[in-house]
Design a protein around this ligand. Structure first.
Ligand code: ADP
Ligand code: ZN
Ligand code: ZN
Length: 737
């Protein structure tokens, strides 16, 4: 009897939600074909790199219709079984083709078929059998040969230079036939588990921190989710560091996720300063080669700590011990296009599969996580004291109804700034709009500088002077004559950070004004220089966007002025209020010391708004309870489950018509408690030249919603109408835009 045929079930980079079957490549033994290895396969007329999911004994196709794979790329699986399963789960859950989902997690070079090994480093060694006596006339070359003789595996050019040899000598000795180049994988040095794990000694924890650390480390290796709600400055990072130290001491690795905006050299520096093991960062600034090396450092076990943004969540660890998500409420953990996964939600699945603790930290946890904590799924721990001795800031609402605002500043606020500056203190002015002004308007006819490609105004920028659409990046020269009525009476409407900077410079000509936003920090190292300047400066004014809200502490800032607290109160987004509260508290948390606590003044037209009052009088936790009650009453997430079918097209109305067609299809199916809302034009209907619409599906239970979405995705990927528009499915959407 012949053995059962082996059928390779593969995930390929294809938009189709299915697997593809192949026969093993010629001459490759069966035991090499383990799930998680890559193979090169013929696909249509192309060759592509795919990942083996399973070896099956039969295919839906007749065996003689299957093509053999061309080449086995890996000796070892790239992804361990549980991560391969997690990727499959995520592709199903987020209704995205598996092959393309995997492509999001694997470094580009691996997707392209590059071997899974570190960058090769060039070294120099003595040529075997070389007779040093032939170098009698070249003393330095001879000394070089003697020095290298002790390093049979070779030394890098840098190491040789450090020994005092000039770089030119290498070339000369090579020409003499004395030394030669060789290559070695440049593996990160210093293995975890080395005798001395710490560079610096840990701080002595206060009782709140101790309790938190205890909760993470006590039960050793077991899955649990811990939500650590600690006010800014309560020492959450110190808890992470000590929890990680325990993990490293046990010979394990830690994965730390931080928001995009938070992965600064300072953050990574804090981990590197503490640990005497490789701390490897993974972020969008890496080139393809660096990214692969970082990925390998995690998956092969060289990295003791892997710190990364969202996509690091599917990087394998050889010896997983702990997952930490800092600022767990941050929106950047949800991918907003393509494969729309939530790294926080995947982290829960992953921690369970790896039987490790998951530590979610934030001063202002997401309502989803608080709901999980309060319903008993997560442990909820709080740290209310600031660890470094600083005291919590005092909040005040400043009613600006009927008050003249000059460049967005009220007289009362300016007087307060003056008082703080006069005492030699610093003031932080927060405004979440960069540029000079939100737009430009003609006083005579009302013309507004709109983006031709979006339903949005163009922002006026001063340096360089231009109109810029922040939604599609469209840029245009500044207008001096109204294009509609030729009037020259054109002016900037509203204020952005550049204008506020101007206004403050005029009001306080002797005080330095430092602006912090995406424009002022574009250059490499700019943020670090600005932070240094702030720390070194006496009284000064900081003006900035949410870039100021993350990761830094400015002890000399004693007044935080929030120019427009109302921005989130009337947002069409059901999370608007939550996002506003998180941002305000993050900004407020930058300020203050023990002897000089911070004050936060919020200018508002909505002094009596119950949610705003609750936030400042009772604090975030009560605010969150109130919000959750409102969400429950209104049937909003997390009490119902949301999914959006989005569509966009160049012709107006087409996306909406398509979604009507989708709705009609869905209505033929058993809805099992799924409700449909729409289609409606998106809140910003036109963006980057396309008209957008959305259909909302929601349900009390996930299962019927997902059955429906799955059937829909399979149907649409084959559907003729669907080919005429762009469409996507967003499960648990973060933004409804
Ligand atoms: P968070 O991450 O909660 O904002 P950090 O961990 O950054 O807080 O701590 C804020 C400041 O307090 C830092 O300067 C830190 O070094 C200091 N700190 C943290 N824990 C302690 C402690 N146990 N004793 C003294 N200082 C501490
Ligand atoms: Zn005009
Ligand atoms: Zn635009």
């Amino acid at each position: 009897m012949s053995p059962a045929p082996a059928v390779l079930r593969m995930a390929l980079p294809s938009p189709l939600r299915r697997c593809f079957d192949y026969l093993p490549p010629d001459g490759v033994a069966g035991e090499c074909l383990r799930p998680g290895v890559r193979l090169r396969v013929p696909f249509g007329r192309r060759e592509v790199v795919g990942v083996l999911l399973e070896v099956a004994s039969k295919s839906e196709l007749p065996l003689d219709k299957l093509r053999p794979a061309l080449e086995l790329i890996d000796e070892q699986p790239l992804l361990p079984a549980h991560l391969l399963e997690l990727a499959q789960w995520a592709a199903r859950y987020y209704q995205y083709p598996l092959g393309e989902a995997l492509a999001v997690f694997l470094p580009t070079l691996l997707r392209q078929g590059e071997s899974a090994s570190y960058r090769a480093e060039q070294l120099w060694r003595v040529v075997a059998g070389f007779d040093a006596d032939t170098l009698a006339g070249a003393r330095r070359q001879r000394e070089l040969v003697d020095a290298l003789a002790g390093h049979p595996h070779g030394l890098s050019a840098d190491a040789i230079k450090a020994l005092g040899f000039a770089p030119g000598l290498l070339r000369a000795a090579e020409q003499s036939g004395a030394i030669e180049r060789c290559w070695r994988e440049s593996v990160p040095h210093g293995a975890p588990g080395a005798d001395k794990l710490l560079h610096e000694s840990p701080l002595t924890l206060n009782p709140e921190q101790q309790a938190a650390l205890q909760a993470v480390t006590a039960d050793g290796e077991a899955f649990r989710c811990i939500l650590l709600q600690g006010v800014t400055g309560s020492g959450k990072t110190e808890v992470y560091l000590q929890a990680i130290a325990a993990v490293l001491a046990a010979g394990k690795q830690a994965l730390v996720l931080v928001p995009e905006i938070g992965l600064t050299p300072q953050t990574v520096g804090r981990f590197k300063a503490r640990f005497n093991v490789p701390v490897v960062a993974m972020h969008s600034g890496l080139n393809d080669r660096e990214r692969l090396d970082a990925w390998l450092a995690g998956s092969r076990g060289e990295a003791g700590v892997l710190i990364g943004t969202r996509s690091a969540i599917l990087t394998p660890l050889a010896r997983p011990g702990l997952i930490v998500i800092d600022e767990e409420h941050d929106g950047s953990f949800k991918q907003q296009e393509g494969f729309r996964y939530s790294a926080r939600d995947l982290a829960v699945m992953r921690a369970r599969a790896e039987a490790v603790p998951l530590l979610l930290g934030s001063a202002t946890p997401s309502l989803e996580s608080l709901h999980n904590a309060w319903s008993g799924r997560y442990r909820w721990l709080r740290m209310e004291q600031r660890a470094g001795g600083a005291r919590a800031p005092q909040f005040e609402l400043l009613d600006v109804r009927n008050q003249p605002l000059v460049d967005g500043l009220s007289d009362v606020l300016v007087a307060q700034m003056k008082a703080h500056l006069a005492r030699g203190e610093q003031v932080l002015v927060f405004l979440n709009r960069r540029g000079f002004a939100p737009t430009l308007m003609c006083h005579d006819c009302g013309w507004i500088a709109d983006c031709p490609q979006c339903d949005a105004h163009m922002t006026l920028h001063r340096s360089p002077p231009q109109l810029h659409c922040h939604h599609c990046d469209y840029q245009a020269p500044v207008q001096f004559n109204c294009p509609q009525c030729q009037s020259r009476d054109i002016s900037a409407v509203g204020a952005g950070t550049e204008r506020t900077e101007d206004a403050l410079t005029r009001l306080f000509p002797k005080v330095p004004v430092i602006r912090v936003d995406r424009d002022s920090t574009r250059r490499k190292g700019a943020m670090a220089r600005i932070v240094e300047q702030i720390h070194a400066s006496g009284p000064c004014l900081l003006v900035g966007t949410q870039m100021l809200a993350k990761g830094h502490h400015f002890p000399r800032v004693t007044l935080v002025a929030i120019l427009d607290a109302d921005a989130g109160l009337f947002s069409a987004d059901f999370r608007g209020m939550e996002k506003m509260a998180q941002l305000v508290l993050q900004v407020a948390g930058r300020a203050g010391r023990a002897d000089k606590p911070g004050r936060v003044i919020m200018q508002t037209h909505q002094c009596d708004h119950p949610n705003l009052r609750c936030l400042i009088e009772q604090g975030y936790t009560d605010f969150a309870r109130l919000q959750l009650q409102e969400r429950r009453a209104a049937g909003l997430p997390p009490f119902t489950h949301y999914a959006l079918v989005r569509s966009e097209a160049v012709a107006q109305g087409r996306a909406e018509t398509f979604l009507q067609y989708v709705r009609a299809i869905i209505e033929q199916w058993p809805l099992e408690g799924v409700t449909l809302l729409g289609p409606l034009p998106s809140p910003m209907e036109k963006r980057a030249g396309r008209f957008r619409a959305q259909l909302l599906l929601y349900a009390d239970h996930r299962a019927p919603l997902h059955r429906l979405l799955h059937a829909l995705a399979l149907l649409l990927e084959q559907d003729k109408q669907a080919k005429k528009v762009r469409w996507s499915i967003d499960v648990d959407p973060y933004d409804l835009f």
